[in-house]
Ligand binder design. Structure first.
Ligand code: ASP
Length: 328
């Protein structure tokens, strides 16, 4: 879809995947009882006349229409393919992706890890549906386009409530407030202020080199069912390791454990995880704490998540296992 009639040489592509930003409720005042992923991306873009004054031609494409709590590997694969397709075109300056807030941080990490884009890929979202009395999606979308338009912007970022977060750090931290995301200890990458960017630190770049093999496998070979099975378990009072043994018996290939504090584990859970590891399951230790990272020490029997939250460590482990399959 071409939003503006002007001929402009560079393009920004807006990919729709659903979420609350595309949600509708029967009553305009209802911020809770709505259905996500109802309004098409073309309609969301057309509802923002301010976008017509963009320096760029705006194109939109519906890649999926899901509540992001239901995100799956099929959508990720399709999205990675479409993002890679558009990024490869010289005339494309950047990409905006509309997405639900629930799993936005996982999609952001996934796209950064497999694509490491040299152009901006900006995920945006909303905490209120499009039909709300005061929806937040329209401003978030304008802010996301401002970030995607910025000369020198690169990598996968998220934009919500005027704050720019890097893909490695972003995490949903609130169930209701419009400013629902945090970059935890790293702090935000910057802010969007009336179309201008106030940048505090560098754009995201490569992470541990999952890139080419993983994207090739995702794009060409992997079907949903062939993604490695990686599950998350947690440490808590009374954790006894039975869930770990059941998962190992069921053929799980990787486990991320959300430990307490600095990745500490109930001794019974630790025994079960070490057994699973000895049996060939890859085990990674993250923390259930919101801030901080697991700091490794000499002699640790279980690898740490290198600062990644449990859900991102899970994506990283899936990609690592996927890359090994591709290499074999
Ligand atoms: N459940 C919605 C989603 O993640 C929530 C949201 O977008 O805020 O798609």
């Amino acid at each position: 879809m071409q939003v503006s009639g002007k001929i402009k040489s560079k393009k920004i592509v807006i990919l729709g995947t659903g979420g609350t930003i595309a949600g509708t409720a029967a009553q305009a005042g209802d911020n809770l009882g709505y259905t996500a992923a109802q309004v098409g991306i073309g309609q969301l873009v057309a509802a923002l006349p301010a976008l017509a004054s963009s320096r760029f031609e705006l194109l939109s494409e519906q890649v999926a229409q899901v509540d992001s709590k239901d995100m799956d590997f099929g959508v990720w694969r399709a999205l990675a393919q479409r993002v890679a397709h558009w990024l490869a075109q010289d005339q494309v300056q950047g990409i905006v992706i509309t997405h639900g807030t629930d799993t936005l941080e996982e999609t952001a990490f996934f796209l950064q890890a497999v694509l490491d884009p040299a152009k901006p890929v900006v995920l945006t979202c909303a905490m209120r549906p499009a039909t709300a009395l005061a929806p937040d999606g329209p401003q978030n979308m304008l802010d996301a386009v401002a970030v995607a338009s910025h000369a020198g912007a690169r990598g996968v970022v998220a934009v919500c409530a005027g704050v720019i977060h890097g893909a490695f750090d972003v995490q949903k931290v609130h169930t209701y407030r419009l400013d629902a995301f945090s970059s935890r200890d790293a702090g935000p990458l910057g802010y969007v202020e009336e179309d201008r960017l106030c940048l505090l630190r560098n754009w995201p770049s490569a992470h541990a080199g999952y890139g080419p093999l993983a994207i090739k496998n995702i794009a060409i070979e992997a079907q949903d069912q062939s993604w490695p099975r990686v599950e998350i378990v947690m440490n808590y009072a009374g954790a006894d390791g039975r869930a770990v043994r059941a998962l190992a018996a069921d053929g799980v290939q990787g486990l991320v454990v959300a430990g307490t504090g600095n990745g500490t584990l109930h001794h019974a859970l630790e025994v079960a995880l070490l057994e699973a590891q000895a049996g060939g399951v890859r085990v990674v230790r993250a923390t259930r704490c919101l801030e901080g990272r697991v700091l490794p020490k000499a002699g640790d029997a279980l690898a740490d998540s290198q600062g990644l939250s449990p859900v991102k460590a899970r994506v990283a482990l899936m990609l690592e296992l996927l890359s090994k399959v591709a290499k074999a």
